[in-house]
Design a protein around this ligand. Structure first.
Ligand code: HEM
Length: 366
């Protein structure tokens, strides 16, 4: 039984010495992430995150208010890092919109840039370039674009810390999302057929799905929302910075707050037949996952909401649409839909515990 059903939407629990509150309703989540956003936009500290983040000079793990906060670091990096080698300059939706075809070209450009780095190093008498050289080049580029008016001093560790955020926050989350989508589709052949029909009708003989096709794929978007409702991949953890009141309960400073997105996604007062995978529930619904609707929060919300949402969605949409366009997906011999395990593995990103095995059958292009 879900503990939130027994103990209610605001549950206090002590994790060792750490006072913690688990928030399991959309209303209480809104109070935390919107009404009290400024008082809850810190992250708890621990030895693990301190080491990973080079003493909190990153974006994702740093407590609120550490020198050169998130906005400065992201804005500065996105305007300074050479565009070939950073996804950061594509994080904002408005920038992304003006960069059609960017994702497809990005890897080619990255290769070309890396070739140039290697070339430069060979000219300087070195045999090969490693990751450290690459970071050196990034730093050089940043220094070049820094003006005297910029008082924020970027170091090599800043770059390493932010690249670590991109690896942890931006890679596993996307692949895990794709695995859960494919798992639910394999368990629900009706939905699989319907989404493939939408993609194939839209693409026709064009041969592959491009970024500009994605906004036409409305049913694919519903499938993604429904998957996030049942399988939110990212953890939503904050720390209270001052005393606040949530649902009538007083929360003290330094309390760890976890938003229980799993329970909210399965709350029967919000969702009809919550355990059922039924993407059509989003057909006439206003609920989106951009952080404005607290019933569905795969990217969080407020000041510490995911800055990579536009980038993450663009990547996941494009990869999924192409996988579903080019292949039919069959279960391995003798396996039935109900045999697919839905067990989750614990971690920063909620992955499927056992690998998903599917057989791809090439869709014949005429
Ligand atoms: C489909 C993919 C993604 C999902 C589901 C996801 C989910 C999340 C969630 C739930 C949070 C916590 C938000 C909060 O506390 O309110 C978060 C934060 C974050 N994400 Fe993502 N994310 C994705 C893609 C990305 C990408 C592509 C990047 C970067 C390239 C990224 C970088 C970050 C960073 C840096 C943070 C910390 C923000 C902060 O603490 O201020 N994420 N993400």
């Amino acid at each position: 039984m879900q503990l939130s059903k027994k103990h209610g939407p605001v549950m206090f629990i002590k994790l060792g010495f750490v006072p913690s509150v688990v928030v399991s309703s959309a209303e209480a989540a809104k109070e935390v992430l919107k009404t009290h956003d400024l008082c809850t936009c810190s992250r708890p500290v621990s030895d693990g995150t301190r080491i990973l983040s080079y003493n909190y000079i990153d974006v994702g793990f740093s407590p609120y208010g550490v020198t050169g906060g998130r906005c400065e670091r992201f804005a500065f990096l996105s305007s300074s890092v050479p565009r070939e080698c950073s996804h950061l300059n594509m994080l904002e939706k408005k920038r992304l919109a003006g960069l059609h075809g960017r994702l497809e070209r990005n890897f080619e450009e990255f290769d070309a840039f890396y070739e140039k780095v290697i070339d430069d190093h060979i000219k300087k008498g070195k045999d090969e370039a490693g990751p450290e050289d690459f970071i050196d080049v990034l730093l050089l580029e940043i220094e070049r674009s820094q003006t005297e008016a910029d008082d924020f001093q970027f170091t090599k560790d800043h770059i390493k810390a932010i690249l670590m955020n991109i690896f942890i926050g931006g890679v596993d989350t996307g692949t895990t999302t794709m695995i859960w989508v494919m798992t639910e589709l394999a368990r629900h052949p009706r939905v699989m057929r319907k989404v493939q029909e939408e993609i194939r009708t839209c693409i026709g003989e064009k041969g592959k799905v491009s970024e500009s096709d994605i906004e036409k794929l409305q049913y694919l978007r519903m499938v993604l929302k429904e998957t996030y409702r049942l399988h939110p991949t990212g953890l939503l953890i904050r720390e209270a910075m001052s005393e606040i009141n949530i649902n009538g309960y007083v929360i003290h400073p330094k309390t760890l707050i976890q938003i229980n997105v799993f329970a909210i996604g399965r709350d029967p007062t919000i969702w009809k037949n919550p355990e059922e995978f039924y993407p059509e529930r989003f057909m006439d619904s206003h609920i989106d996952f951009t952080g404005q609707n607290f019933e569905l929060l795969p990217f969080g919300a407020g000041r510490r909401g995911c800055p990579g949402m536009a980038m993450g969605l663009a990547t996941v949409d494009l990869a999924l649409a192409n996988l579903l366009f080019h292949f039919d997906w069959k279960l391995p011999y003798n396996m039935k839909e109900e045999d697919i395990s839905m067990e989750e593995a614990p971690g920063l990103v909620t992955c499927k515990k056992t690998p998903l095995l599917l057989l791809p059958v090439k869709y014949p292009l005429v």
